[in-house]
Design a protein around this ligand. Structure first.
Ligand code: UD1
Length: 464
């Protein structure tokens, strides 16, 4: 793959070249009904990439990250690091980060407001510089998503934190190092666990984070920090202990595969009644998703330690799902599983407990013929024999994946608008789907997108 340097003008993919959401006129056309076949290469984990890029701010030396996915969110995080004066270069899926000089303690609002995960830089910046000013990331489509746990934890570590004019200002009291503390998180927030773990790596003394998030990406961050010389134990359990060290050093690190991308392709196999083989994956990261696929009558076979095959059932039956922090069923797979359950026989109840506004895809799935009712944070999905292609609009990242999955199984053509959501978090999704036989086509800047996305502009025969 060609070498790429991430700079504000030539990042790849470049978030600055992305149309503003309201100007995004591209549509995805998908002709459903094809059966899929073959193998899919799973990219590195988005949520690891974003937080490890923030974690590289802890190191006054070169850090090299391998298996970094090519995504808009990664490009945006890259632009934020660049705006702080950090040097970044991308060579294929390797990202070289040099944060020896951080010339800015304030992150720009225009960039932070586009990417919630960029708020997580507050922890490493504070630990490195003794000062950090990061705009509040604001709400987003799936819920209010406050940062109170990040702020309380930083205060416990000895920082003065106040919020003024929409920006969180944090300073280290009495000198330059944070002080280890015992922190209890009211809920096991992934972002707060990561922010505080990064801040504590350079603090004086020991920090204990209780009720910590146990997600695999938290473990990935801990392993990356350990590779730089941090002393962290317990990541992956609900108690993480960090013994602060004065400084970290250069390292190379390979990100884990994306369990949500893998889960999405497992559902793609099930919903199209196709066998697909996925690699590399860490099957243990997908335990809850695999259990639910088995509950509806599909099989997931471990072909090799890092390879899974989905073998769909002839018919799938209903099952209930409740999203929970890891190792529970991931909220990031809820929408995709809902698409699958629309075509499974019987009634399923899906309960979203992590984010308060994460059922907006229901209306779009119903436009395709699904029978779903929402009551509070529950969705009651009554299985239907078939879906039919329709013009639909993606409302958030995982909702867009759910619509792609529904479209792959539907009769006729579906056109999906709002692709800026999809592009945030899936690395080459269309190419990967085409490689296993899906009929997918993107029309860039479709003039009809805003008014009538159902008008076909290409015939299925022109697709491959
Ligand atoms: C991360 C993931 C996201 C995933 C989510 C839950 C990244 C970049 N994103 O998001 O894909 O869906 O975990 O698995 O890793 N909360 C508070 N106060 C806080 C922080 C969080 O009340 O200070 C609440 C949130 O509003 C939410 C819940 O805690 O209801 C879980 O959020 P959290 O785990 O923090 O999610 P993120 O880290 O934002």
């Amino acid at each position: 793959m060609e070498d790429r340097t991430i700079t504000p003008s030539i990042s790849l993919p470049s978030s600055s070249s992305l149309p503003a959401p309201e100007e995004d006129k591209s549509v995805l056309q998908i002709w459903g009904g094809s059966s899929l076949q073959g193998q899919v290469k799973i990219s590195g984990a988005k949520n690891s990439a974003l937080v490890l890029m923030a974690g590289a701010l802890l190191c006054p030396d070169d850090c090299r990250l391998h298996n970094v996915p090519s995504l808009m969110d990664v490009a945006r995080m890259g632009e934020i690091l660049l705006s702080l004066g950090v040097k970044l270069e991308r060579h294929g899926d390797t990202l070289e980060i040099n944060a020896s000089h951080i010339g800015q303690s304030k992150a720009p609002y225009e960039l932070v407001s586009q990417l919630r995960a960029s708020f997580f830089i507050i922890g490493p910046m504070l630990a490195r510089l003794g000062v950090a000013r990061v705009p509040l990331p604001g709400g987003c489509a799936i819920g209010a998503r406050p940062v109170d746990l990040h702020v309380q934890g930083l205060r416990a570590l000895g920082a003065d934190v106040h919020i003024e004019h929409g920006t969180v200002h944090a300073y280290v009291r009495n000198g330059k190092r944070l002080k280890g503390a015992k922190i209890y998180l009211d809920c096991p927030s992934v972002g707060a666990t990561e922010t505080l773990m990064m801040a504590a790596t350079l603090a004086e003394g020991e920090t204990v984070i209780d009720n910590a998030a146990q997600e695999p990406e938290v473990i990935d961050l801990a392993n990356f920090c350990r590779a730089m010389g941090a002393r962290i134990r317990g990541a992956g359990t609900n108690t993480i202990v960090i013994s602060g060290v004065p400084s970290l050093h250069t390292t190379e690190y390979t990100l884990i595969p994306d369990r949500i991308e893998a889960g999405t392709f497992l559902v793609a196999g099930a919903i199209t009644h196709s066998e697909l083989s996925l690699y590399p994956v860490i099957p243990d990261h997908l335990t809850a998703v695999i259990a639910k696929l088995q509950a509806i009558g599909a099989q997931v076979i471990t072909e090799a330690p890092s390879r899974l095959r989905i073998v769909p059932g002839r018919y799938h039956t209903a099952t209930d799902i409740e999203t929970l922090p890891y190792p529970g069923f991931p909220t990031d797979m809820q929408a995709q599983f809902m698409a699958l359950l629309t075509l499974s026989e019987g009634d399923s109840v899906i309960t979203e407990t992590v984010f308060e506004n994460r059922l907006r895809h229901v209306a779009e799935l119903n436009r395709m013929g699904a029978d779903i009712r929402v009551k509070g944070n529950h969705a009651i999905v009554r299985g239907v024999p078939k879906l039919s292609g329709a013009p639909v609009v993606a409302t958030d990242l995982r909702a867009s994946a759910a619509l792609v999955l529904a479209a792959l199984a539907a009769d006729g053509m579906t056109t999906i608008q709002g692709l800026h959501h999809l592009d945030r978090g899936y690395d080459n999704l269309e190419l990967k789907l085409k490689q296993v036989g899906a009929r997918v086509n993107r029309i860039i800047d479709n003039p009809d997108a805003a008014s009538d996305a159902s008008t076909p502009t290409l015939s299925p025969s022109t697709l491959h």
